[in-house]
Design a protein around this ligand. Structure first.
Ligand code: NAD
Ligand code: DAU
Length: 355
């Protein structure tokens, strides 16, 4: 048996593929365009593992998809491929429309053509799992209930709007064509192999480099953090047991203000890698210009996934963030490769000398 994963050289897809090759004996075909966010170093441990087949390519390339689907006959497709960074979507939304909307459309069409011709048993067993985000629901006030699957879609950034559009396409391909889909909407992930444009890895690496730790606005925005390997276990559970056409929210019941997250990282670094000058890492915190349209609070109600499918996260924020900080302290080569060249151009553009 084989599954096709898209975007499996990125942060979550990479962790998913690595875990899949430990948990399962099934082959995983990994289609990834290798944008700035795709990184084969993440998958270097699988280099001589025949269970993993890497293909460089675009989810928008229907001819390539048709070829791969015919060749490998996967029993499922798990779609991670996306442009994923809110700040980049503000600077340049075009790639988000192209990959997240048009790319998902082309992928759905290629998969529909393949699925339509499958014989009855394989057709019934086939799954298309679409990996999405809690940002499609918009923003919460401090007193609102966490996002449930029944919340209205109210996306606020070009990124979240493009993900919302892709979720709607996936839903429509089920409703209209009967394609056997499930969608997951997850909160903020953190953990190993996270590209350092996102808050947690950026703060760890800037702290160690003696650079400012940039806090947007007042730092009181709230996110609901989930260790990436818990997200991956939720996806495996939904793939195996999720009801067709359903959406499942995934989260860790772990709401924290950004400033508290940064303080927690600083405290861990003070313990694990104290500054040479004896000062504390929190002294590097710098308040910078806020993100335009910045969503104030995300929080996930993950009861449906827990009650229907029995999934629960294994890590608390305390255990997960300690593992994460330790991983960045230990992973010099991976970090050196991702922080060269184009990464520096991005930080100059985004922080313009503020961090
Ligand atoms: P990422 O940016 O780290 O990785 C995205 C991967 O997709 C990269 O390897 C990139 O090369 C690949 N890719 C981009 N465009 C492609 C295309 N057109 N064709 C093929 N491959 C392409 O993203 P991530 O953080 O790992 O997120 C993965 C998925 O999970 C995304 O769909 C994202 O919306 C969703 N998600 C992310 C989070 C989070 O906190 N990071 C939370 C919830 C949901
Ligand atoms: O909620 C799920 C989403 O989480 C995913 O769909 C996205 O793909 C993922 O990137 C993430 O989006 P966020 O915008 O919440 O993540 P980010 O790490 O960029 O920012 C987290 C919070 O920290 C957010 O409130 C913005 C703030 N921030 C971020 C950066 C990069 C800062 O204060 N300073 C920074 O330098």
């Amino acid at each position: 048996m084989t599954i096709l994963v898209t975007g499996g050289a990125g942060f979550i897809g990479g962790n998913f593929v690595l875990d899949w090759c430990v948990d399962s004996t099934e082959t995983v075909v990994n289609l990834d365009k290798l944008t700035y966010a795709g990184n084969l170093d993440t998958l270097s441990g699988l280099q001589n593992n025949p269970q993993h087949v890497f293909v460089k390519g675009d989810i928008g390339d229907k001819a390539l998809l048709a070829k791969l689907l015919a060749q490998y006959q996967p029993r499922a497709v798990v779609n991670f491929a996306a442009e994923s960074h809110v700040d980049r979507s503000i600077h340049g939304p075009g790639d988000f429309i192209e990959t997240n909307i048009v790319g998902t459309f082309n992928l759905l069409e290629a998969v529909r053509a393949y699925w339509t011709d499958l014989e009855a048993t394989k057709k019934a067993e086939f799954r298309f799992l679409h990996v999405s985000t809690d940002e499609v629901y918009g923003t919460l006030s401090g007193t609102d209930e966490p996002f449930a699957e029944t919340n209205r879609y109210e996306p606020n950034s070009p990124y979240s709007a493009s993900k919302a559009a892709s979720d709607h396409l996936v839903r429509a391909w089920h409703h209209t064509y009967g394609l056997p889909v499930v969608t997951t909407n997850c909160s903020n992930n953190y953990g190993p192999y996270h590209f350092p444009e996102k808050l947690i890895p950026l703060v760890i690496l800037n702290a160690l480099a003696g650079k400012p730790l940039p806090i947007y606005g007042d730092g009181q925005q709230i996110r609901d953090w989930l260790y990436v390997k818990d997200h991956c276990s939720a996806i495996r559970r939904v793939l195996a047991q999720g009801r067709l056409g359903e959406t499942y929210n995934v989260g860790g019941w772990n709401e924290m203000a950004n400033l508290d997250v940064v303080h927690a990282i600083c405290a861990l670094l003070d313990e694990l890698k104290p500054r040479a000058d004896g000062a504390k890492y929190v002294e590097q915190i710098t308040y910078v210009t806020d993100r335009p349209g910045h969503d104030r609070r995300y929080a996930i109600d993950a009861r449906k996934l827990e009650q229907e499918l029995g999934w629960k996260p294994a890590e608390t924020f305390e255990s997960g963030i300690r593992k994460t900080v330790q991983w960045y302290l230990d992973s010099h080569d991976w970090i050196a490769n991702v922080t060269s060249g184009s990464y520096r151009e991005w930080t100059d553009k985004q922080y313009g000398g503020q961090a």
